[in-house]
Ligand binder design. Sequence first.
Ligand code: UDP
Length: 238
Amino acid sequence: PADPTKYRRILLKVSGEVLMGEQGYGIDMKTVDTVAAAIKRAVESGVQMCLVIGGGNIFRGLSKAAGDMDRATADHMGMLATVMNALAMQAALEKIGVQTRVQSALTMNAVAEPYIRRRALRHLEKGRVVIFAAGVGAPFFTTDSGAALRAAEMGCDALLKGTSVDGVYTADPKKDASATRYERLTYQDVLAKDLRVMDASAIAMMRDAGIPIVVFSIRGEGSLRRVLNGEGPFTVIS
Ligand code: UDP
């Protein structure tokens, strides 16, 4: 549905950068706690929540590839970074009483459940948060693609992309003061204008599955709740 107040099941993608808070690197547990509290309120309002967390705060494959490492190896390290973030988020959620399961696309049975679609659906039906770690489990992809894939597999009503900017702008608002935010865009607009919201494969997958993408800032109190109440600021891609 186009109306966020009607969402029954959503996938929230949180980029790694958000989790580092004001630090330049790594995991800031205070920020993780803030995001976890927002997720708890969403779960309590009855929304089934899937989560995908990026890894850019720890390791991004592309930035290390081509130097001393081949791309696939660097990407494997990036995927492991997303598992660390997932465990941090699980710890923060369970500390405040939100039952959470981590399912990893790379099997590591001692650490997380393997990704099993039907099992994930069962967790969601029981009101548990499911964190999908390690993206799609293959190099040359990103966690945006992982988020799109899982949103489609889980039959989510929307993919919420929580970033540090409150939507998609005509230019980088941090560099260009005249940049304005788009209220609505089509998938085709994003692809044709090459707006760097998510990678093209993720956009195309959401277009084919007919799942809207809502880009919003997850920084600040109450931002997730506002989006779920249909209140901006955000950009909807549909
Ligand atoms: N990655 C990958 N395959 C995936 C998901 C992630 O190879 O399916 C690697 C890739 O190296 C990527 C890193 O994991 O740079 C961290 O993910 P991402 O850059 O998407 O994190 P974010 O930008 O959301 O913090």
